[in-house]
Design a protein around this ligand. Structure first.
Ligand SMILES: [Ca+2]
Ligand SMILES: [Ca+2]
Length: 357
């Protein structure tokens, strides 16, 4: 075969591959999906949140923690200021956020908080906040103790490990131990881009304790949110580009078994678990491409999905809220407390609504 023929065949093969990839990505990002509005009563934006509240979690007493100001490579961000953690007391009708002051030897200027998780120590009632942090684009986990009477975080320690290379979310299971999701396998920029483009399912879940660090589950396209059942027996992981929540059973901390996958029909990001019912609340991106490219004239929408009875044979998956982006853009987390639903976003506002009875 002549050189020209080889070249022509190679170009044709590449064009077919790229075409096939674009079709696959169009399906994975649900970019063709039409969203029907599904509103809740009495929604209003939370004053003071303008640059995202990517993750939110709530203490048993109704105090919500909001991780704000994320700067994530490849996604829009609209402020150069360092990120902050805020609290919002859902038992107080004023609904005013308060910035948590960080005490101790901690670099606040490079704080870039992402996924968060609370852990209450049964022994003394101390509350710990675990925060995924990306200073200078790196990945590490910060552990703080919450000092309630000062509305402050006492810095305790930073955890870095080669297995914790692209951490997205965490769930704390002890005062120094947690499970974490990596949302990419590669750390190099171009390879990171190619990974979802080629649908490489190489993302994983890592267990960390001071004694053991190891990969405990793999095969995710993009492992995003993670959380745990109230009885601490099951982990839930969102495989965002597969539109699935993966259920894993914890045999031992480092031995997990795959139980099932539940289709959610949306790109679900963080997972919050109702401590009484065990229901999962998911902040989801109804259209992944719009979320990445963010055209203000055609903004990404927001969607909240609830899963009831996830461990039963017939889990119930319900859409609780949907907006085309005219109210709230790029929802990444949803969590409820006392009849209120809080919705946070990757790079825009946060919303609070009344749940329908
Ligand atoms: Ca989280
Ligand atoms: Ca996330």
């Amino acid at each position: 075969m002549g050189k020209l023929a080889v070249l022509s065949l190679s170009v044709a093969a590449l064009a077919v591959l790229i075409g096939e990839r674009l079709i696959t990505l169009r399906h994975a990002s649900l970019s063709y999906r039409e969203l029907t509005q599904n509103y809740l009563p009495n929604c209003h934006h939370i004053e003071g949140i303008e640059y995202g509240a990517e993750d939110i979690t709530i203490l048993e007493n109704g105090l919500a923690f909001l991780s704000t100001g994320l700067k994530y490579p490849g996604l829009p961000s609209f402020s150069d200021d360092p990120g902050k953690i805020y609290t919002l007391n859902l038992m107080d009708s004023k609904m005013k956020i308060k910035a948590l002051n960080v005490k101790g030897d901690f670099d606040k200027d490079s704080f870039n908080p992402h996924g968060i998780s609370l852990y209450t120590d049964d022994k003394d009632g101390a509350v710990y906040l675990f925060v995924v942090n990306h200073p200078q684009g790196n990945s590490q986990v910060e552990i703080f103790r919450f000092v309630e009477d000062e509305n402050a975080l006492q810095y305790i320690k930073t955890i870095k490990h080669e297995l914790l290379h692209n951490v997205n979310d965490i769930v704390a299971v002890g005062t120094e131990s947690f499970y974490a999701t990596n949302d990419h396998y590669f750390t190099n920029g171009i390879l990171k881009f190619l990974e979802p483009f080629l649908s490489l399912p190489w993302c994983d879940v890592v267990y960390y304790s001071p004694q053991t660090v190891q990969v405990v589950a793999g095969g995710f396209l993009i492992a995003n949110g993670i959380n745990i059942s109230p009885d601490k027996r099951h982990l839930y992981v969102s495989d965002i580009l597969k539109h699935k929540i993966v259920v894993l059973e914890i045999q031992k901390n480092t031995v997990l078994s795959h139980v099932k996958e539940v289709d959610v029909g949306s790109l679900c990001d963080n997972i919050e678990v109702d401590r009484e019912s065990g229901d999962l609340w998911l902040g989801c991106h109804p259209n992944g491409l719009k979320c990445v490219f963010h055209d203000p004239n055609d903004p990404p929408g927001s969607e909240v999905i609830r899963i009831e009875n996830i461990l039963s044979e017939k889990p119930r998956v319900t859409q609780v809220y949907a907006d085309d982006g005219s109210v709230i853009v790029a929802s990444s987390v949803a969590t409820q407390y006392g009849g209120k639903l809080l919705i946070g976003t990757v790079y825009q506002k946060a919303l609070i609504c009344d749940l329908k009875l």
